[in-house]
Design a protein around this ligand. Structure first.
Ligand code: G4P
Length: 537
């Protein structure tokens, strides 16, 4: 019989990320979670609202200069018997690749949508990744206190983009200046977002009313207004006939998405989302490895690295590896088996970070994220165990970058240093690097322009080399494979000017345009052009 750890330790943990298009209200929502709960650890950055300033842990000059938050932070909040591990993701779209990786370390995610805008570009991509990983999703439609799009229209768009059924848990009553509150579909209760004095004029001393207990519909009509009540009743009829009832097992299978409405700024409607997270969302369960499913309640420790962050503390110039615990328990001074390099490593100190200050943790459990000093031999995607040889192989993926630059040295004698620097930066996931087959030149691939600035700055500060980056006529990359070796070598011979190797020496095709890609794809039907690639060092 396998020995198990006390399931209480992790069953009450909820590990998730909040993702959104910039400005949809992710930070405001996160802050409300912090306000409502007992904060245990707040590593990384939370910007201080209103001031435009950021917390102490904004670690790079670039962050400070541009007033943006690059790092992903991990926040631990206690809610009664529950413990939330909230992975906040960089707000800036240029660092969305970091968000992709964070999604590999969470058990579910909350997507925040601006009610006046619906699904925006950045959210669309993140939804695609969440769907690929089949993680349960909860949606929070925010900014109801502003003029919003029709909620039915928003749900239609969500179902179209998510390609999965959505079901509202609460329903908005009005929006913008006529936003009156929300109706909870499952408790048949109206929650008013209205001034206390206004409600007391109608003899109401609380902010909620059971619909069925409202003996006089005049009361409701007076408070909400006739039109709004009529609209609400019509909407509710439609909801009953169109949307399926919420079902936890469908939600856990990622086949049903609960939708909440509210206003993060007014701290309204967030408690229902929180209840959904605590009552329905999954605790750490099991993760697929290359040989078996690893269950959270197994006694032996296992986990994987999903993020490496350099320079969290400029004084120490260190690299911190972030590990998601899959099973077992971390105990101080533990020796962990580094599966890829086949060696035991003493992990004496693991940290949590509160706004730049470090705190040593003595123990951690499945679902927790721990940070420790990463020597050169730790890479994103690495698995650590207590000796078992396994790899959480399908966890981390590379996606095609969207912007490309050629990089060259001001002093060509620094080639070795450049190679070392680029290798390290790409292993950290700061940038993707491709080496052209034709002349061994390096091409950098990124999601946002700022990533290039970070690379130039870090090469200068950490490796003491000056580089120049140039625009280049590359539109996207595709990872190349084929069942036929013969067809593959023929393809290589005929397209060598457009081919490169990524950091793991996998072949990629650098397409100059969408049309160019379509043309080669039609010319070489036996070649597989993939826009996503698992990291497998
Ligand atoms: P993000 O992390 O997703 O990028 O968004 P963030 O929370 O920073 O919110 C972006 C802007 O939207 C902020 O205004 C914030 O106050 C506002 N906001 C967030 N939630 C709501 C809401 O429910 N209703 C309304 N009306 N506004 C909301 P800002 O002026 O850009 O920043 P600040 O000066 O308020 O800090």
């Amino acid at each position: 019989m396998t020995v198990k750890i006390d399931s209480y330790r992790f069953k009450k943990r909820r590990t998730f990320a909040i993702i959104s298009h910039p400005d949809a209200g992710k930070t405001t929502l996160t802050e409300n979670f912090l306000l409502n709960g007992k904060i245990i650890r707040v590593p990384g950055t939370i910007k201080s609202r209103g001031s435009g300033k950021y917390a102490k842990s904004d670690w790079m000059k670039i962050e400070k200069k541009r007033g943006i938050s690059i790092t992903t932070s991990i926040i631990q909040i206690e809610y009664g018997k529950y413990l939330i591990n909230l992975l906040d993701t960089p707000g800036h779209k240029d660092f969305s690749e970091d968000t992709y990786r964070v999604l590999t370390a969470v058990d579910f995610c909350v997507i925040v949508i601006d009610a006046s805008k619906g699904i925006e570009e950045q959210t669309r991509k993140l939804i695609r990744i969440s769907r690929m990983r089949s993680i349960p999703i909860l949606i929070f439609i925010n900014k109801l206190d502003r003029n919003s799009r029709n909620p039915i229209e928003l749900l239609d768009q969500l179902e179209f983009e998510l390609k999965v059924k959505c079901t509202p848990i609460v329903w908005p009553i009005g929006c913008g200046t006529s936003f009156k509150g929300i109706y909870h579909i499952y408790t048949d209760t109206v929650f008013f977002c209205l001034n206390k004095n206004f409600l007391s004029m109608y003899g109401l001393d609380c902010h909620s009313l059971k619909m069925k207990n409202i003996n006089s519909s005049v009361l409701l009509n007076n408070i909400l207004g006739l039109d709004i009540v009529r609209e609400l009743r019509e909407d509710l009829e439609l909801i009953n006939s169109v949307y399926v009832c919420f079902n936890v097992s469908l939600f856990l299978k990622s086949d049903l998405v609960p939708v909440y409405f509210g206003s993060a700024l007014k701290n309204f409607g967030i408690d229902f989302l929180l209840k959904g997270i605590l009552n329905w969302a999954p605790s750490p369960t099991c993760k697929k490895s290359n040989i078996r499913y690893v269950h959270s309640n197994e006694k032996n420790f296992s986990g994987f690295i999903f993020k490496i962050q350099a320079n969290m503390d400029l004084k120490h110039r260190d690299r911190i590896a972030f590990l998601r615990i899959v099973s077992g328990q971390y105990k101080k001074n533990m020796k962990l088996y580094h599966v890829r390099i086949k060696k035991y490593i003493l992990i004496s100190d693991v940290f949590s970070f509160i706004a730049g200050d470090r705190f040593i943790l003595d123990e951690a459990y499945p679902g927790d994220i721990i940070g420790f000093h990463s020597h050169k031999n730790i890479k994103i995607g690495d698995t650590f165990t207590e000796g078992e040889v396994l790899k959480f192989y399908d966890n981390i993926s590379n996606f095609s970058p969207e912007l490309f630059r050629r990089i060259s040295l001001k002093n060509s004698l620094h080639k070795k240093k450049l190679l070392k620097g680029l290798l390290q930066l790409s292993e950290e996931g700061t940038i993707q690097v491709f080496k052209l087959l034709e002349n061994n030149d390096f091409i950098l691939g990124a999601i946002g322009k700022l990533q290039f600035d970070i690379v130039v700055e870090r090469l200068r500060v950490e490796y003491n080399i000056c580089v120049i980056i140039y625009s280049v006529q590359i539109f996207l990359v595709r990872w190349i494979s084929s069942k036929s070796l013969e067809k593959l070598s023929c393809f290589k011979a005929e397209n060598k000017f457009y081919l490169a190797l990524d950091i793991c020496d996998r072949l990629v095709y650098l397409a100059s345009s969408k049309i160019n890609l379509k043309l080669v794809q039609s010319r070489y039907p036996d070649i597989i052009f993939s826009d996503i690639c698992d990291i497998s060092y």
